[in-house]
Design a protein around this ligand. Structure first.
Ligand code: GLN
Length: 197
């Protein structure tokens, strides 16, 4: 690691309505920042940045509404809060969801169109080593019923591909991965995220 250029006094939230949030919290803790599970608008007010984990995006969408966190979160995102969306989290941050539920509203925070469960049943889950811009060695990426970025706007910066597909991308305050970076013991992508907060 080349020095530490992120602010350790940050409180980083992990959206904990549903899904794979606890290993994200472990990775962030290992990086030395305080974390907080976010389930309510009050929790959200207490954090400087947010990880939106993988899970089931349709369920998360419903829970975001029922917990009345959708609106305040949309506002924070628009104000520039740094958010790292992984897998289902990426789906929710997209501008458009393909094969989503009819009543599923994404945040539209990053100019990508995302297709849910795009890799088909036979390869519901797979793993691959990917080269990430700015990392010196490959990152082992775990894809679980992964979404695929079907298209992206010119303002979106591509940080990694898997084959032909963009799997890690960034636009301003928003970082998204179509895989689960928390499932390996490699904390470099969480570190990359914190550097951008
Ligand atoms: N298929 C899930 C969805 O549509 C995402 C999978 C994941 O987050 N691992 O929400």
């Amino acid at each position: 690691m080349v020095g530490v250029s992120y602010n350790k006094s940050l409180v980083v939230g992990v959206l904990a309505l549903q899904g794979a949030f606890s290993r994200h919290q472990d990775a962030l803790t290992e990086l030395g920042v305080a974390t907080r599970q976010v389930r309510t608008p009050q929790d959200l007010e207490a954090v400087n940045a947010l990880v939106m984990p993988g899970g089931e995006s349709t369920t998360m969408s419903q829970l975001l509404e029922s917990s009345e966190i959708f609106e305040p979160l949309a506002k924070r995102v628009e104000e520039g809060m740094a958010v790292f969306g992984t897998c289902a989290g990426m789906i929710l941050l997209a501008k458009k969801i393909i094969d989503g539920r009819d009543d599923q509203t994404p945040f539209g925070a990053i100019d990508i169109e995302v297709q849910r469960n795009a890799y088909g049943r036979q390869v519901d889950s797979f793993e691959a080593d990917i080269d990430v811009d700015s990392l010196k060695s490959p990152f082992h990426a775990v894809f679980i019923r992964a979404p695929r970025i079907a298209s992206l706007g010119s303002q979106v910066k591509v940080l990694a591909y898997c084959g032909e597909d963009v799997v890690l991308a960034q636009q301003n305050n928003i970082l998204v991965a179509s895989f689960h970076p928390e499932l390996t013991n490699d904390i470099r992508l969480h570190e990359l995220f914190l550097k951008g907060v």
